[in-house]
Ligand binder design. Structure first.
Ligand code: G6P
Ligand code: MG
Length: 231
């Protein structure tokens, strides 16, 4: 398994001035919405798909997800585009129903603490719907920058979206903590040389510097202590 990297030498104090959140699975749980919409598309196309297959798509871009579902089925670009659009149409129906009630437990409290501590906040997502979902969740005024993998050359697991988010909030990556729930996202943030908090089971986010099950009741000071202790 990928080992955590330590962004700055042992002797230097760790200074954190920014937090970069992944969105799906960290701020809100859209996994079920993605499952329902991929399942609908797969059923329409007679392609086998289930919840287990959906779990493997966590953190992947829409196109990479479709490629994984299609496996070795070779389809023309126009057909692929149509499927991506159709999947997103189904997904947008779910997004319209989202409100602040869809924030995961602990998120608002943590954002409040970050704000009062002067920490810059960004979202770095694989979702093309990140602006819309952020708005539905009532988070637009809470964040200093919103980026997604379509703003950069390479999607997660490449580090591009985290590097871009750090640039957007004007900080070097080693002064940022990334919070991620996907294996591909943890790899992306580690390769960006950020401090990484992984949310979920060891098998999925074990490479992160700090592993938590979720953000419920997580205090900013405790998180900073855990980061200081992890090297
Ligand atoms: C997130 C989810 C993925 C999803 C991707 C693209 O990172 O974890 O499961 O496929 O975003 O979302 P989009 O809204 O662009 O279809
Ligand atoms: Mg995620």
């Amino acid at each position: 398994m990928l080992q955590p990297q330590f962004p700055i030498p042992d002797a230097e104090p760790i200074v954190i001035r920014g937090v970069v959140f992944d969105m799906d699975g960290v701020l809100t749980d859209t996994l079920e919405f993605h499952y329902q919409t991929w399942q609908r598309l797969a059923d329409e196309e007679n392609i086998p798909f289930d919840r287990k297959a959906n779990e493997a798509l966590r953190g992947l871009s829409r196109r990479d997800s479709l490629m994984a579902i299609l496996g070795d089925r070779m389809l023309g670009e126009a057909i692929v585009e149509e499927m991506l659009d159709r999947k997103n149409r189904y997904f947008l129906e779910f997004i319209q129903t989202m409100t602040q009630d869809h924030l995961l437990p602990g998120v608002l409290d943590l954002l409040q603490e970050l704000r009062s501590d002067g920490i810059r906040i960004a979202i770095a997502s694989a979702s093309q719907n990140v602006d819309l979902v952020t708005r539905q969740l009532g988070l637009t005024d809470w964040v200093d920058a919103i980026t997604n993998v379509y703003n950069v050359p390479h999607p997660k697991p490449a580090p591009d979206v985290f590097l871009y988010a750090a640039e957007q909030i004007g900080l070097p990556p080693h002064q940022c903590i990334a919070i991620e729930d996907a294996e591909s996202g943890v790899k992306a943030a580690l390769d960006a040389r950020m401090w990484v908090v992984g949310l979920g089971p060891q098998e999925r986010v074990g490479a992160a510097h700090v592993i938590l099950s979720n953000l419920n009741s997580v205090r900013w000071k405790d998180l900073l202590d855990k980061i200081q202790c992890c090297r």
